[in-house]
Design a protein around this ligand. Structure first.
Ligand SMILES: [Ca+2]
Length: 517
């Protein structure tokens, strides 16, 4: 396996670097006047929850860097993205607010008010931290306006011949190795395994080659849930047709063999990004800062990789919304896993503030994960999550280009009563706009129970949870989805709006065959 070899090679070179480099005394580097820890926030792009060897074993993937974080930290096994698309997810992650609050619900640029939507970098900068951000941006703050987002990223010499992940990791490693008078917040925002979008389209991979996939028999298994769910809402049938009609998602005729090779490629890309994370973690160790640094590692959203015939994201299927999350601070966090429900968009910002000893402003409704990650007893935790989506990347089908918004309610698997363990979804368009899945009995989401009389009570309970959320979190769209007993709504043609967007100053995000988050 070529990427494995590439990984080993990079590990060896890192090791060689560690032997040759002058040693750096911990005492020179770690002391900060405030005594606050450094914070390292690592993001991959499009990695689904269990796609690392500490979760799925080493048969098909090997991610030693991610695994090393799990050795010293807590793996959150029930972590969800606030919205399974790049810009909505990232703008929530960096402001602690729901996508319906920021207004960033699609990959279309919206400029955020930095006062109302204080950015992660600003919180830490104000608290006296040194702040740095390397890699993919996709935030709705102008990158050059440091006062808007707080990341005063110092830039040293950069090797422009490298791919962007290698560059980001190299920049981050150099930043770590500098002398720091103050504690730092360092964001490393990596692109892979997002290259799986280009792979599915047969395009050149932006972060470099991964080699040829072996024959399907030597690849990971095909998805176990390739078919549309039984009684699938026509909303999702329409979205699948619309996506497959677009050159962005040319997977409509993929057979199991092709999905197997795509999954092989996906795991190689995760190993590639893991090697870059390894470089950053190595720099941290070499600088003697491992025990002075909180590390939070996650992905903006997942990847369907063939589940229900979809690739990429935006949909509410588990492969798209369920994300990896590790909170690790050597000597501080507890090793193990935690199955409490996490909304990364709401909870990670308060978590980082809490570890740094900073207060979370009242307007943020997320919760710090510090008590969970440090083994403190937590009497009450949330028993459900609400996620949002806006599926806006489909091509026209039968003269209609669907653009559909939705809300999802995921109830805690350990929640008492019958309504735990379910996933409820409702969409803005379609005749049958709802789905209800028993994730405990049917983890592959193969049966929609929304119209099953035996699950009527559960359905109504989930509608009630969403109605309460709509009221408490001022989400009129969520309320409108439930109006009139969730009556049928015909699909609307969004072609005109798409044409307007294509002429907008932000059209780079709307052009086809480009990075779409
Ligand atoms: Ca993304």
């Amino acid at each position: 396996m070529i990427s494995r070899r590439a990984f080993l090679k990079s590990s060896v070179s890192v090791l060689a670097g560690s032997i040759l480099a002058p040693s750096i005394m911990a005492s020179d580097r770690s002391a900060s006047p405030s005594g606050r820890p450094n914070v390292l926030f690592i993001m991959t792009d499009q990695q689904f929850a269990d796609a690392m060897s500490c979760r799925m074993g080493r048969q098909f993937i090997h991610t030693p860097a991610m695994d090393s974080l799990a050795v010293n930290g807590t793996v959150f096994t029930c972590a969800y993205t606030p919205n399974p698309l790049c810009m909505p997810a990232r703008n929530s992650l960096f402001t602690g607010r729901y996508p319906h609050e920021t207004g960033v619900t699609r990959n279309v640029a919206v400029k955020l008010d930095p006062v109302e939507f204080t950015c992660l970098g600003t919180y830490f900068r104000r608290a006296g931290y040194e702040t740095a951000y390397y890699g993919k941006w996709h935030l709705s703050f102008p990158q050059k306006d440091v006062d808007a987002h707080g990341f005063a990223t110092p830039r040293g010499p950069t090797d422009k011949t490298q791919d962007q992940d290698a560059r980001a990791a190299g920049d981050a490693a150099r930043f770590i190795a500098q002398k720091h008078e103050k504690p730092f917040l360092l964001v490393v925002s990596l692109l892979n395994p997002h290259n799986i979008c280009e792979y599915a389209r047969g395009q050149k991979l932006p972060c470099g080659p991964i080699g040829e996939a072996p024959v399907p028999e030597q690849c990971p298994p095909a998805p176990t849930n390739p078919a549309p769910p039984e009684n699938e809402p026509d909303t999702m049938t329409m979205m699948r047709r619309g996506y497959h009609a677009s050159p962005m998602f040319p997977v409509g005729d993929f057979r199991p063999e092709k999905w197997r090779q795509l999954r092989w490629a996906y795991y190689r890309m995760i190993e590639k990004v893991d090697a870059e994370i390894g470089r950053v973690l190595h720099a941290l160790r070499q600088a003697g800062l491992e025990e002075k640094t909180l590390i939070v590692s996650t992905s903006d959203h997942g990847e369907c990789a063939g589940a229900h015939g979809f690739n990429q994201k935006t949909v509410f299927y588990e492969e798209s919304v369920h994300v990896p999350l590790i909170v690790s601070h050597k000597g501080v966090t507890k090793q193990g896993s935690c199955d409490k429900m996490v909304n990364t968009g709401l909870d990670l910002l308060p978590t980082m503030l809490d570890f740094a000893g900073l207060e979370t402003p009242r307007k943020l409704t997320g919760r710090s994960l510090k008590p969970l990650a440090t083994g403190q007893s937590v009497a009450q935790w949330r028993d459900h999550l609400v996620l949002e989506n806006h599926m806006d990347q489909a091509a026209a089908v039968d003269g209609i280009r669907p653009s559909v918004q939705g809300r999802m309610v995921r109830t805690d698997p350990t929640r008492s009563g019958a309504a735990g363990r379910f996933k409820y979804c409702v969409y803005s368009q379609g005749v049958q706009r709802e789905s209800l899945v028993d994730l405990q009995a049917d983890p592959g989401e193969t049966k929609n129970l929304a119209r099953d009389p035996g699950h009527r009570r559960v359905l109504l309970e989930h509608r009630a949870l969403l109605a309460k959320f709509a009221q408490e979190h001022n989400d009129p769209l969520a309320a409108s989805l439930l109006a009139n007993d969730v009556e049928s709504r015909p699909f609307r043609d969004e072609s005109q709006r798409a044409a307007r967007n294509a002429r907008s100053p932000f059209r780079a995000f709307d052009l086809p065959i480009r990075c779409r988050g």
